[in-house]
Design a protein around this ligand. Structure first.
Ligand code: SF4
Length: 334
Protein backbone atom coordinates (compact mmCIF):
# COMPACT_ATOMS: atom_id res chain seq x y z
CA UNK A 1 0.00 0.00 0.00
CA UNK A 2 1.38 3.40 -0.95
CA UNK A 3 1.46 6.16 1.62
CA UNK A 4 0.14 9.68 1.11
CA UNK A 5 1.88 11.93 -1.38
CA UNK A 6 4.22 14.46 0.16
CA UNK A 7 4.08 18.24 -0.24
CA UNK A 8 6.08 19.19 -3.37
CA UNK A 9 8.84 21.03 -1.53
CA UNK A 10 9.12 18.55 1.35
CA UNK A 11 12.60 17.52 2.38
CA UNK A 12 13.59 14.58 4.54
CA UNK A 13 14.36 15.02 8.20
CA UNK A 14 17.54 12.97 7.97
CA UNK A 15 17.74 12.35 11.71
CA UNK A 16 14.32 10.65 11.65
CA UNK A 17 15.34 7.57 9.65
CA UNK A 18 16.54 4.29 11.11
CA UNK A 19 18.37 3.30 7.93
CA UNK A 20 19.43 5.22 4.83
CA UNK A 21 19.92 3.01 1.78
CA UNK A 22 21.98 4.54 -1.02
CA UNK A 23 21.35 2.66 -4.27
CA UNK A 24 24.66 3.19 -6.03
CA UNK A 25 25.69 2.42 -9.59
CA UNK A 26 29.29 3.37 -8.80
CA UNK A 27 28.80 6.59 -10.76
CA UNK A 28 29.49 10.20 -9.81
CA UNK A 29 25.88 11.06 -8.95
CA UNK A 30 25.31 8.31 -6.41
CA UNK A 31 28.81 9.00 -5.05
CA UNK A 32 27.77 12.62 -4.63
CA UNK A 33 24.67 11.53 -2.72
CA UNK A 34 26.94 9.77 -0.23
CA UNK A 35 29.30 12.75 0.06
CA UNK A 36 26.33 15.08 0.53
CA UNK A 37 24.92 12.94 3.35
CA UNK A 38 28.30 12.87 5.08
CA UNK A 39 28.69 16.64 4.65
CA UNK A 40 25.31 17.05 6.32
CA UNK A 41 26.56 15.10 9.31
CA UNK A 42 24.53 11.92 8.87
CA UNK A 43 25.80 9.19 11.18
CA UNK A 44 27.43 6.69 8.86
CA UNK A 45 26.26 3.82 11.09
CA UNK A 46 22.79 4.42 9.63
CA UNK A 47 23.99 4.36 6.00
CA UNK A 48 24.06 1.24 3.79
CA UNK A 49 25.28 1.07 0.19
CA UNK A 50 23.32 -1.17 -2.18
CA UNK A 51 24.51 -2.08 -5.66
CA UNK A 52 22.49 -3.95 -8.29
CA UNK A 53 24.69 -6.02 -10.60
CA UNK A 54 23.33 -5.76 -14.14
CA UNK A 55 25.01 -8.89 -15.50
CA UNK A 56 23.60 -10.93 -12.61
CA UNK A 57 26.84 -12.85 -12.08
CA UNK A 58 26.45 -14.46 -15.50
CA UNK A 59 28.94 -14.00 -18.34
CA UNK A 60 30.23 -10.44 -18.96
CA UNK A 61 27.75 -8.82 -21.32
CA UNK A 62 26.66 -5.25 -20.57
CA UNK A 63 28.38 -3.83 -17.52
CA UNK A 64 31.90 -2.65 -16.84
CA UNK A 65 33.61 -5.66 -15.26
CA UNK A 66 35.38 -3.50 -12.66
CA UNK A 67 32.24 -1.82 -11.33
CA UNK A 68 31.58 -4.35 -8.55
CA UNK A 69 35.15 -4.10 -7.26
CA UNK A 70 35.12 -0.29 -7.53
CA UNK A 71 31.88 -0.06 -5.52
CA UNK A 72 33.27 -2.47 -2.90
CA UNK A 73 36.45 -0.40 -2.61
CA UNK A 74 34.38 2.77 -2.22
CA UNK A 75 32.30 1.20 0.55
CA UNK A 76 35.48 0.07 2.33
CA UNK A 77 37.11 3.49 1.92
CA UNK A 78 34.17 5.15 3.70
CA UNK A 79 33.69 2.38 6.27
CA UNK A 80 30.19 1.50 5.04
CA UNK A 81 28.44 -1.83 4.60
CA UNK A 82 27.77 -2.87 1.01
CA UNK A 83 24.94 -5.20 0.01
CA UNK A 84 24.89 -6.50 -3.54
CA UNK A 85 21.83 -7.75 -5.36
CA UNK A 86 21.12 -9.12 -8.81
CA UNK A 87 18.59 -10.88 -10.97
CA UNK A 88 20.03 -14.30 -11.65
CA UNK A 89 21.61 -14.37 -15.10
CA UNK A 90 21.23 -10.61 -15.44
CA UNK A 91 20.58 -8.76 -18.67
CA UNK A 92 21.42 -11.58 -21.06
CA UNK A 93 19.17 -14.19 -19.42
CA UNK A 94 16.25 -11.76 -19.18
CA UNK A 95 16.72 -10.79 -22.85
CA UNK A 96 16.73 -14.46 -23.92
CA UNK A 97 13.57 -15.34 -21.99
CA UNK A 98 11.31 -17.60 -24.07
CA UNK A 99 8.08 -18.88 -22.48
CA UNK A 100 9.81 -18.56 -19.13
CA UNK A 101 9.36 -16.63 -15.90
CA UNK A 102 11.71 -13.82 -15.06
CA UNK A 103 14.59 -15.13 -12.93
CA UNK A 104 14.66 -14.76 -9.13
CA UNK A 105 16.54 -11.98 -7.35
CA UNK A 106 19.43 -12.85 -5.07
CA UNK A 107 20.51 -10.32 -2.48
CA UNK A 108 23.03 -10.03 0.32
CA UNK A 109 21.77 -9.36 3.84
CA UNK A 110 23.46 -9.13 7.24
CA UNK A 111 22.49 -12.79 7.70
CA UNK A 112 23.74 -14.03 4.33
CA UNK A 113 22.38 -14.49 0.83
CA UNK A 114 18.59 -14.50 0.31
CA UNK A 115 16.31 -15.08 -2.66
CA UNK A 116 13.02 -13.59 -3.80
CA UNK A 117 10.68 -14.03 -6.77
CA UNK A 118 11.18 -16.22 -9.80
CA UNK A 119 7.68 -17.71 -9.96
CA UNK A 120 5.98 -15.06 -12.10
CA UNK A 121 4.06 -15.33 -15.36
CA UNK A 122 5.71 -16.99 -18.34
CA UNK A 123 6.76 -14.65 -21.09
CA UNK A 124 9.08 -14.10 -24.03
CA UNK A 125 11.44 -11.23 -24.76
CA UNK A 126 14.03 -12.23 -27.38
CA UNK A 127 14.76 -8.56 -28.01
CA UNK A 128 16.86 -5.77 -26.62
CA UNK A 129 15.10 -3.14 -24.50
CA UNK A 130 13.60 -0.31 -26.56
CA UNK A 131 15.19 3.14 -26.52
CA UNK A 132 12.49 4.93 -24.58
CA UNK A 133 11.84 6.81 -21.37
CA UNK A 134 8.96 4.38 -20.81
CA UNK A 135 10.22 1.62 -18.50
CA UNK A 136 7.54 -0.81 -19.71
CA UNK A 137 9.43 -1.16 -23.02
CA UNK A 138 12.87 -0.18 -21.75
CA UNK A 139 12.70 -3.28 -19.61
CA UNK A 140 16.33 -3.33 -18.44
CA UNK A 141 15.98 -0.58 -15.81
CA UNK A 142 12.98 -2.11 -14.01
CA UNK A 143 14.00 -5.75 -14.40
CA UNK A 144 17.63 -5.31 -13.38
CA UNK A 145 17.61 -2.31 -11.06
CA UNK A 146 14.27 -0.89 -9.85
CA UNK A 147 12.52 -4.22 -9.17
CA UNK A 148 15.71 -5.68 -7.70
CA UNK A 149 16.00 -2.79 -5.25
CA UNK A 150 12.33 -3.16 -4.32
CA UNK A 151 12.78 -6.91 -3.72
CA UNK A 152 15.68 -6.15 -1.37
CA UNK A 153 13.42 -3.98 0.81
CA UNK A 154 10.21 -6.02 0.60
CA UNK A 155 11.87 -9.29 1.50
CA UNK A 156 13.82 -8.35 4.61
CA UNK A 157 12.01 -8.51 7.93
CA UNK A 158 14.71 -6.31 9.46
CA UNK A 159 13.06 -3.34 7.74
CA UNK A 160 9.59 -3.94 9.21
CA UNK A 161 8.41 -1.18 11.54
CA UNK A 162 11.36 0.99 10.47
CA UNK A 163 11.67 4.38 8.85
CA UNK A 164 13.81 3.94 5.73
CA UNK A 165 15.15 6.51 3.29
CA UNK A 166 16.13 5.32 -0.19
CA UNK A 167 18.60 7.69 -1.83
CA UNK A 168 19.32 7.70 -5.57
CA UNK A 169 21.29 10.02 -7.84
CA UNK A 170 19.04 10.90 -10.80
CA UNK A 171 19.44 14.52 -11.93
CA UNK A 172 17.05 16.77 -13.84
CA UNK A 173 19.82 17.81 -16.24
CA UNK A 174 20.14 14.25 -17.55
CA UNK A 175 16.88 14.18 -19.50
CA UNK A 176 13.40 15.72 -19.71
CA UNK A 177 11.97 12.52 -18.19
CA UNK A 178 14.30 12.74 -15.20
CA UNK A 179 13.52 16.44 -14.82
CA UNK A 180 9.95 15.41 -14.00
CA UNK A 181 11.00 13.11 -11.15
CA UNK A 182 10.03 14.24 -7.66
CA UNK A 183 12.91 15.15 -5.41
CA UNK A 184 11.22 13.60 -2.40
CA UNK A 185 8.30 11.16 -2.36
CA UNK A 186 7.13 7.89 -0.81
CA UNK A 187 9.12 4.98 -2.23
CA UNK A 188 7.37 2.21 -4.16
CA UNK A 189 7.92 -0.19 -1.23
CA UNK A 190 6.28 2.13 1.31
CA UNK A 191 3.52 0.49 3.39
CA UNK A 192 3.09 3.11 6.10
CA UNK A 193 -0.25 2.80 7.86
CA UNK A 194 -0.72 -0.76 6.58
CA UNK A 195 -1.51 -3.60 8.95
CA UNK A 196 0.55 -6.27 7.20
CA UNK A 197 4.32 -5.75 7.02
CA UNK A 198 4.28 -1.99 7.70
CA UNK A 199 7.35 0.05 6.92
CA UNK A 200 7.80 3.75 6.21
CA UNK A 201 9.95 4.18 3.10
CA UNK A 202 10.72 7.54 1.53
CA UNK A 203 12.71 8.18 -1.64
CA UNK A 204 15.05 11.17 -1.86
CA UNK A 205 17.01 12.38 -4.88
CA UNK A 206 19.32 14.88 -3.18
CA UNK A 207 21.27 15.90 -6.30
CA UNK A 208 18.22 16.16 -8.57
CA UNK A 209 18.74 19.89 -9.13
CA UNK A 210 22.54 19.83 -9.25
CA UNK A 211 24.55 20.70 -12.34
CA UNK A 212 27.26 18.40 -13.69
CA UNK A 213 29.88 20.97 -12.64
CA UNK A 214 28.54 21.00 -9.09
CA UNK A 215 28.70 17.20 -8.93
CA UNK A 216 32.31 17.08 -10.15
CA UNK A 217 33.25 19.92 -7.82
CA UNK A 218 31.97 17.86 -4.88
CA UNK A 219 33.79 14.69 -5.96
CA UNK A 220 37.02 16.68 -6.45
CA UNK A 221 36.63 18.51 -3.14
CA UNK A 222 36.64 15.12 -1.42
CA UNK A 223 39.51 13.80 -3.54
CA UNK A 224 37.57 10.67 -4.54
CA UNK A 225 38.81 8.79 -7.58
CA UNK A 226 35.88 8.25 -9.94
CA UNK A 227 35.08 5.07 -11.85
CA UNK A 228 37.61 4.59 -14.69
CA UNK A 229 34.87 4.84 -17.35
CA UNK A 230 34.98 8.61 -16.81
CA UNK A 231 38.72 8.65 -17.37
CA UNK A 232 38.22 6.69 -20.61
CA UNK A 233 35.88 9.37 -21.99
CA UNK A 234 32.39 8.38 -20.85
CA UNK A 235 30.38 11.27 -19.38
CA UNK A 236 27.99 8.99 -17.49
CA UNK A 237 28.46 5.69 -15.75
CA UNK A 238 25.77 3.45 -17.05
CA UNK A 239 26.29 -0.05 -18.39
CA UNK A 240 29.39 -0.12 -20.61
CA UNK A 241 27.23 -1.29 -23.51
CA UNK A 242 24.22 0.84 -22.58
CA UNK A 243 21.43 0.73 -25.17
CA UNK A 244 21.64 4.54 -25.32
CA UNK A 245 25.31 4.41 -26.40
CA UNK A 246 26.59 6.94 -28.92
CA UNK A 247 28.51 6.17 -32.12
CA UNK A 248 31.79 7.07 -30.38
CA UNK A 249 30.97 4.76 -27.47
CA UNK A 250 30.19 1.81 -29.74
CA UNK A 251 33.40 2.52 -31.67
CA UNK A 252 35.31 2.51 -28.37
CA UNK A 253 33.66 -0.73 -27.20
CA UNK A 254 34.52 -2.38 -30.52
CA UNK A 255 38.13 -1.30 -29.97
CA UNK A 256 38.56 -2.26 -26.30
CA UNK A 257 36.12 -5.16 -25.91
CA UNK A 258 35.71 -6.72 -29.37
CA UNK A 259 34.29 -10.06 -28.11
CA UNK A 260 31.47 -8.39 -26.21
CA UNK A 261 30.82 -6.08 -29.16
CA UNK A 262 30.54 -9.12 -31.46
CA UNK A 263 28.15 -10.95 -29.15
CA UNK A 264 25.83 -7.95 -28.99
CA UNK A 265 26.04 -7.40 -32.75
CA UNK A 266 25.19 -11.07 -33.38
CA UNK A 267 22.15 -10.84 -31.11
CA UNK A 268 20.94 -7.86 -33.16
CA UNK A 269 21.26 -10.02 -36.26
CA UNK A 270 19.59 -13.01 -34.59
CA UNK A 271 16.61 -10.97 -33.35
CA UNK A 272 16.32 -9.13 -36.68
CA UNK A 273 15.96 -5.97 -34.61
CA UNK A 274 18.69 -3.52 -33.72
CA UNK A 275 19.10 -1.82 -30.35
CA UNK A 276 18.72 1.64 -31.83
CA UNK A 277 16.02 1.67 -34.45
CA UNK A 278 17.88 3.53 -37.19
CA UNK A 279 21.21 1.70 -37.10
CA UNK A 280 22.92 -1.48 -35.95
CA UNK A 281 25.81 -1.20 -33.53
CA UNK A 282 28.13 -2.18 -36.39
CA UNK A 283 26.88 0.85 -38.36
CA UNK A 284 27.08 3.10 -35.31
CA UNK A 285 30.65 2.00 -34.54
CA UNK A 286 31.62 2.65 -38.17
CA UNK A 287 30.31 6.21 -37.86
CA UNK A 288 32.06 6.96 -34.58
CA UNK A 289 35.62 7.60 -33.57
CA UNK A 290 36.90 5.85 -30.41
CA UNK A 291 37.56 8.09 -27.44
CA UNK A 292 41.14 9.32 -27.53
CA UNK A 293 41.54 8.71 -23.78
CA UNK A 294 40.82 5.02 -24.35
CA UNK A 295 43.33 4.84 -27.20
CA UNK A 296 45.99 6.55 -25.11
CA UNK A 297 45.53 4.60 -21.86
CA UNK A 298 45.76 0.81 -22.23
CA UNK A 299 46.42 0.51 -18.50
CA UNK A 300 43.13 2.24 -17.72
CA UNK A 301 41.33 0.02 -20.21
CA UNK A 302 42.77 -3.05 -18.44
CA UNK A 303 41.62 -1.63 -15.10
CA UNK A 304 38.08 -1.00 -16.35
CA UNK A 305 37.83 -4.44 -17.94
CA UNK A 306 39.29 -6.28 -14.96
CA UNK A 307 37.45 -7.46 -11.89
CA UNK A 308 39.67 -6.08 -9.14
CA UNK A 309 40.35 -2.59 -7.78
CA UNK A 310 43.96 -2.23 -6.60
CA UNK A 311 44.07 1.58 -6.19
CA UNK A 312 43.23 4.01 -3.37
CA UNK A 313 39.74 5.53 -3.62
CA UNK A 314 40.40 8.60 -1.48
CA UNK A 315 43.28 10.94 -2.13
CA UNK A 316 44.25 14.53 -1.67
CA UNK A 317 41.87 17.08 -3.25
CA UNK A 318 44.97 19.00 -4.44
CA UNK A 319 46.07 16.01 -6.55
CA UNK A 320 42.59 15.26 -7.89
CA UNK A 321 42.28 15.43 -11.69
CA UNK A 322 39.06 16.05 -13.62
CA UNK A 323 38.45 12.92 -15.76
CA UNK A 324 38.52 13.20 -19.56
CA UNK A 325 34.82 12.37 -19.89
CA UNK A 326 33.55 14.74 -17.20
CA UNK A 327 31.83 17.11 -19.62
CA UNK A 328 31.83 14.94 -22.75
CA UNK A 329 28.87 14.04 -24.96
CA UNK A 330 25.83 13.05 -22.99
CA UNK A 331 24.25 9.66 -23.32
CA UNK A 332 22.75 7.11 -20.97
CA UNK A 333 19.41 6.22 -19.49
CA UNK A 334 16.71 8.87 -19.84
S1 SF4 B 1 22.42 1.64 -18.08
FE1 SF4 B 1 21.43 1.49 -20.11
S2 SF4 B 1 21.49 -0.70 -20.65
FE2 SF4 B 1 22.00 -0.56 -18.45
S3 SF4 B 1 20.07 -0.88 -17.41
FE3 SF4 B 1 20.24 1.33 -17.68
S4 SF4 B 1 19.26 1.85 -19.64
FE4 SF4 B 1 19.57 -0.39 -19.55
Amino acid sequence: MRGPSLPPRAKPDLASYDTILIFTSGGKDSLCCLLHLLERGVDRRRIELHHHEVDGRGAWFMDWPVTGAYVAATAAAFGLPLYRSWRVGGFEREMLRRDAATAPVLFETPLGLAQAGGAGRLGTRLAFPQISADPSVRWCSPALKIDVGAAVIRNQDRFLGQRLLVVTGERAEESPARARYATFEPHGTDTRGGRRRPRHVDHWRPVHGWSTACVWDTVGRHGVRPHPAYELGWARLSCMSCIFGTAAQWATIRLIAPEVFERIARYEELFGRTIQRARSIRDLAALGRPYQAAIDNPGLVALALGDSWPLPIRGSPEDWVMPAGAFAERSGPT
